[in-house]
Design a protein around this ligand. Structure first.
Ligand code: SF4
Ligand code: SF4
Length: 170
């Protein structure tokens, strides 16, 4: 399968996974996904609060090159929890991230891949005050813990790159 086929297959498998969640664990499944979205949103807010948005805009998204493997099934399940994915990747725009266009990332802040959310380059780190650093460290820890609980709940690793995970799904 080429990248686009892997993408389509991966999205379909994520939908199947969502639909197969047993009713007894559905409330916990929904709670964990909402917590993931919330942690992502609060981490993005921390960057904005420190003036990081302007720094990233000026940089132009250097860390977004080669973002192809950043997106995971966990990120897609969070999307599906809120409705549907509205991402139309372009796998021919190398070395730019396939989940971006000339205006930047195709995803709103709280729906971006965990890898993208938790990465802060030195330039960005230097803009954080001590209090922000501490708060963001705690949020990152909670985000990782929540994803780990979701892995356990579903009995599979859903925090792996979507395109690699997709290639292993029948
Ligand atoms: S995190 Fe750093 S490298 Fe990435 S876009 Fe922001 S300033 Fe640029
Ligand atoms: S998914 Fe969005 S934030 Fe992440 S690397 Fe791609 S363009 Fe950047």
């Amino acid at each position: 399968m080429n990248d686009h086929e892997l993408w389509q297959h991966g999205i379909e498998k994520c939908r199947e996974l969502r639909d197969s969640v047993e009713s007894s664990i559905k409330p916990e499944y929904a709670r964990l996904l909402e917590r993931i979205i919330c942690c992502k949103s609060e981490l993005m807010e921390g960057v904005r609060f420190s003036g990081g948005s302007a720094i990233c805009t000026e940089c132009g998204g250097e860390c977004c090159l080669h973002g192809k493997y950043h997106l995971t099934p966990a990120d897609i399940l969070a999307y599906l929890q809120r409705g549907e994915t509205t991402i139309y990747p372009n796998f021919s725009c190398r070395p730019h991230c396939p989940y971006s266009n000339s205006s930047g990332c195709l995803m709103s802040g709280e729906m971006r891949p965990v890898t993208c959310i938790i990465f802060n380059c030195n330039l960005l780190e230097r803009s954080f005050g001590d209090e922000t650093k501490r708060a963001m460290g705690q949020l990152e820890h909670e985000l990782r813990q929540t994803i780990s609980h979701l892995n356990k709940l579903l009995g599979m690793r859903i925090d792996r790159p979507l395109l690699l995970w997709s290639s292993e799904q029948k």
